[in-house]
Design a protein around this ligand. Structure first.
Ligand SMILES: [Zn+2]
Length: 356
């Protein structure tokens, strides 16, 4: 039995193992606080029953996410406290386990290809990788969609893919879309936590009075200066588990724009379908409470301050959800489709008021 991290997003350290029990720890790397992301592959364990032991706060309500191809993910369904047990079938020569449902760059490339979109290079990452982006639509209105400012936060990519699907099927007139799905691309590929990197992470790299230290965020600033940003949405995952972390919620980032943030939240709730991962406006995180203090140098607050900006925010979507509202790939995609419908309605309502 071989346990390894030799794939995109891999992150694990095997502390000790025998044929029945494996003790693992995740790698924090340059993350400055205790964080929870891990992902590993087990090969050659067919026919065995193995218990994997973790540190605290590494497993969700439904056990690990399990995949055979890094593309389709299901919850194992059960786990103990800080451990799960898996019986490898006779033909299960290779099984992937992860904290949550990974979203691989190759999935985005396939999505783009299937929709006739050309994936272009946004910039070269610090480690010299070509950072992918897509753009489509034309017009005066600039909409920017981003995810993975924090490398491990994969639920945001599924929601984003749903948004793109809806916007491609039912375009919003007079609108240019920029989508950069993996802002911390090196972190996504290398399997980093990405959150709270030293000296600061990608979503704290938009300070007004300082230059960006990462190529992706520097390039984003250039794009925003050239094209503006009327609507900016940054798709994240929250902390590991519990309370609001089990839900989808908008991080409200302004008192001046509170009416707009509330209006968007109400619209989003009004279009949520039964098939979607559920969202309630009442779960939105109020500005200047808890961890949501002003002054964070995030992408959303950076673009929200611009004169042409109507509304911009971070949408946080849980890793696991709750018993009656579980995360699945399909339900996250559907949430994204609803999100795009809410955006269309928001624009229609705003413009109808404007021309009244
Ligand atoms: Zn985040």
């Amino acid at each position: 039995m071989i346990i390894h991290k030799n794939f995109i997003g891999g992150n694990i350290c095997v502390v000790k193992q025998n044929e029945r029990d494996v003790y693992v720890e995740n790698e924090l790397r340059d993350t400055q606080e205790n964080w929870f992301y891990w992902a590993f592959c087990v090969e050659g364990a067919q026919g065995k029953t193995v218990t994997f032991h973790f540190q605290d706060d590494r497993l969700g309500y439904f056990g690990p996410a399990v995949s055979y191809d890094l593309d389709t993910w299901e919850w194992l369904g059960t786990c103990g406290k800080n451990e799960f047990t898996y019986t490898f079938g006779a033909k299960e020569t290779k099984v992937y386990f992860a904290h949550s449902m990974l979203y691989q760059p190759k999935r985005f490339l396939s999505f783009a290809e299937a929709n006739g979109l050309t994936v272009q290079t946004f910039c070269q990452s610090k480690k010299g990788r070509s950072v992918p982006y897509i753009t489509f639509g034309n017009g005066h209105r600039s909409v920017i969609l981003t995810a993975r400012h924090h490398a491990c936060e994969s639920t945001g990519n599924y929601v984003m893919e749903g948004v793109l699907t809806e916007l491609l099927n039912n375009p919003i007139p007079d609108t240019k879309i920029l989508c950069v799905p993996f802002m911390d691309y090196d972190g996504v590929v290398d399997g980093d936590q990405g959150k709270s990197r030293a000296p600061h992470d990608y979503n704290r790299d938009y300070a007004e009075n300082a230059k960006s230290i990462y190529p992706e965020t520097a390039k984003m600033r250039e794009y925003v200066k050239e094209h503006g940003c009327h609507y900016g949405f940054d798709f994240h995952s929250p902390w590991h588990i519990g309370q609001q972390n089990d839900k989808a919620f908008i991080v409200q980032n302004s008192l001046e724009k509170l009416d707009k943030l509330n209006a968007f939240g109400e619209l989003l709730e009004s279009v949520i379908t039964e098939k979607a991962f559920q969202y309630r406006h009442a779960d939105d995180y109020p500005f200047q409470t808890g961890w949501n203090k002003g002054g964070a140098t995030t992408f959303a607050s950076y673009v929200a301050k611009r004169l042409e900006n109507e509304v911009a925010f971070t949408l946080e979507t849980a890793y696991f959800g709750q018993e009656d509202n579980r995360v699945s790939q399909e339900r996250l995609l559907e949430l994204g489709k609803c999100f795009a419908q809410a955006l269309r309605k928001y624009i229609q309502e705003k413009e109808s008021k404007f021309f009244r």
